[in-house]
Design a binder for this molecule. Structure first.
Ligand code: SF4
Ligand code: SF4
Length: 462
């Protein structure tokens, strides 16, 4: 969201940074090895829009040498929070954590425009807090799609009469289901669909693996195939699955835009929804949600009561569905897979690869499918420009970043013309890349990897 950079309480900025446990910023030795990994630096060719430049700005704020003024804050607001710089950094600078704390302080210490206050109240504090409102929005969008208006706008002369960004946003619309996945399955014990049951190795006497499924906010009411495929795969792998009905949004969109208060509220609700059920693992299928759930402890500083909760116990159970399935290659082999030849392109979502450091196992898992050749995209680690709501609040820079991604897809497809499908394990990336390839008329299906995996299972197999 655009920020109106008038300062509310300049005196307390330094104090807020001191209270935020910010010392890790000293790990940056200014070597610049992260620069070439940064999409905004590569697009804008400006040191201020690089990770090193932004760390200089954050350090200046922390040390009280800089003030909250546009020249400082605008480069920080242009960061995608893709965390490619973290993977490139040899000094272990926790860039994402530092940026998110900084954005929290900026939000607390800066006056917001009326437009921003309204957007925050309606979307982040209103819509994402209420399953009823999300379900209603999903139904309305489903009706909107059924009217044919998005197609009219994107495929006919009507689009030429409208702003380009509005036309592009039609491509971004999710495939809304009109119902909540967590309400559909709330708290039922969904038993394994295979004879063989996965066993927990962590217990003294081996017991059947029991997992919780995280359903998210937008994902809870859209792209139903992703959650249903995840559920099918888990059950076919021999797990008992429960979808807690009282879980809420992970809070990632909030924390990326500085609203740490709402994110803390969601963290506590999710801890209470999952932890009393003693799952062996908590499964996510959205890379952004997984990264957020694994880092809840970043939200609580030493002085708060909540810091004493067992965040590590909760976070250690969070596992991306692809990483989870990859742990059981013997089960993958036993399932009844279709064997037709297929070539699939793989996109690595930033929050899976950089924030969760999960990259090799999803590739191995998909490559192990009979008949499937997996081809990583050229520049697979280049961000797609989605980054939560970045594509809505920084549309031009997001479009430039996406353009480079779609050109990589076009080039990889040119070299692998048999490819039928591209897979990416984060819904935000899926919407963004889908919009990119449709608008550039690139002939490829785009799917979440779990939907592809479920498609490759023989319907009545084991
Ligand atoms: S963030 Fe890491 S890679 Fe980048 S300048 Fe600092 S120390 Fe070097
Ligand atoms: S998070 Fe991404 S956009 Fe931001 S500085 Fe790091 S590499 Fe650049």
């Amino acid at each position: 969201m655009s920020m109106k950079f008038s300062q509310k309480k300049a005196v307390s900025t330094k104090e807020l940074f001191r209270a935020a446990e910010f010392e890790n910023i000293l790990k940056c030795v200014h070597c610049g090895l992260c620069l070439e990994s940064c999409p905004t630096y590569r697009e804008l060719d400006d040191e201020k829009d690089s990770p090193r430049g932004r760390l200089y700005l954050m350090r200046g704020l922390w040390e009280g040498e800089l003030e909250l003024e546009p020249a400082v804050l605008e480069p920080l607001s242009r960061c995608l929070d893709c965390r490619a710089c973290e993977s490139a950094c040899p000094s272990g600078v926790p860039y994402g954590e530092l940026l998110e704390k900084t954005r929290g302080i900026i939000l607390e210490n800066s006056a917001q425009s009326l437009k921003e206050r309204v957007l925050r109240s309606l979307l982040l504090k209103g819509l994402f807090r209420s399953t009823n409102l999300l379900t209603l929005a999903s139904r309305l969008l489903k009706i909107y799609a059924a009217t044919g208006l998005p197609k009219l706008i994107t495929k006919t002369f009507v689009g030429k009469l409208l702003p380009e960004s509005f036309v592009f946003q039609q491509h971004l619309l999710p495939d809304c289901s009109g119902q909540s996945f967590k309400r559909k399955h709330a708290d039922q014990v969904l038993s394994p669909l295979s004879q063989e049951k996965l066993k927990s190795e962590t217990q003294k006497s081996k017991t059947q693996l029991r997992v919780g499924m995280f359903s998210g906010c937008i994902m809870d009411v859209s792209e139903a195939a992703i959650h249903e495929s995840t559920l099918t795969l888990l059950r076919r792998f021999g797990c008992e699955v429960v979808v807690p009905g009282n879980q809420v949004c992970c809070g990632a969109l909030h924390v990326h835009s500085g609203d740490r208060k709402t994110s803390r509220e969601f963290a506590l609700k999710n801890l209470k929804a999952f932890e009393p059920r003693h799952f062996d693992a908590i499964i996510t299928n959205a890379a952004g949600c997984g990264a957020q759930l694994k880092e809840y402890h970043h939200l609580f500083s030493g002085g708060t009561t909540e810091v004493k909760y067992d965040w590590a116990g909760f976070e250690n159970k969070i596992v991306d569905i692809l990483e989870f399935l990859a742990r059981f290659p013997e089960f993958m082999e036993k399932l009844d897979w279709r064997e037709e030849q297929d070539v699939v392109l793989y996109d690595a979502p930033c929050h899976l690869m950089h924030a969760q450091q999960v990259d090799e196992n999803p590739r191995k898992l998909l490559s192990s499918l009979p008949g499937v050749s997996l081809v990583p995209l050229q520049e697979s680690n280049w961000c797609c420009g989605s980054a939560g709501i970045y594509n809505l609040v920084q549309p031009e820079l997001s479009a430039a970043v996406l353009n480079r991604k779609t050109e990589s897809i076009r080039q990889t497809l040119f070299e692998n013309p048999q490819a039928t499908t591209i897979v990416t394990g984060n819904p935000g990336c899926l919407y963004q890349i889908r919009a990119g390839i449709i608008s550039k008329d690139i002939q490829l299906r785009i799917l979440h990897p779990v939907v592809y995996l479920a498609e490759r299972l023989k319907k009545n197999g084991s």
